[in-house]
Design a protein around this ligand. Structure first.
Ligand SMILES: [Fe+2]
Length: 125
């Protein structure tokens, strides 16, 4: 059975490896679509807190941090769901992209729920 907690060196190596791969994020996909629609994506960090639907809340301990992440995932799910509904048949290409992003966010929330259940079975460690 693998250990739940991974050492920091391994985590850093994995993060660097992911960065080298250049993952396509939801932000990348949305920015590309905005560009395709002749818009101009806003990459400025200035005002990002006001543009974000989720709040940044520091958790007090691992379980609390995961719960805050879960709240943020649920906010994202709600936001993407509303966008999908709003798009309807007006823009099927963007709607499909948003549905794909929504599915990924639902997986994230599911992963966090599984993680929380695992931690709770270990006594909240
Ligand atoms: Fe997510």
């Amino acid at each position: 059975m693998s250990s739940f907690l991974t050492d920091i060196t391994t985590l850093r190596e994995r993060a660097r490896s992911k960065m080298d791969e250049g993952p396509i994020t939801a932000a990348d996909q949305i920015a590309l679509r905005i560009t395709q629609l002749q818009g101009e994506p806003n990459f400025s960090p200035i005002g990002i807190e006001n543009r974000s639907h989720a709040e940044y809340v520091e958790g007090d301990g691992l379980v609390d941090m995961i719960k805050e992440d879960l709240v943020a995932e649920r906010v994202a799910i709600e936001s993407y769901s509303e966008i999908v509904q709003w798009l309807g048949d007006k823009d099927p290409t963007t709607r499909r992209m948003m549905e794909d992003i929504l599915a990924v966010e639902e997986e994230h929330a599911d992963d966090l729920l599984t993680l929380l259940a695992d931690l709770e079975s270990r006594g909240g460690v």
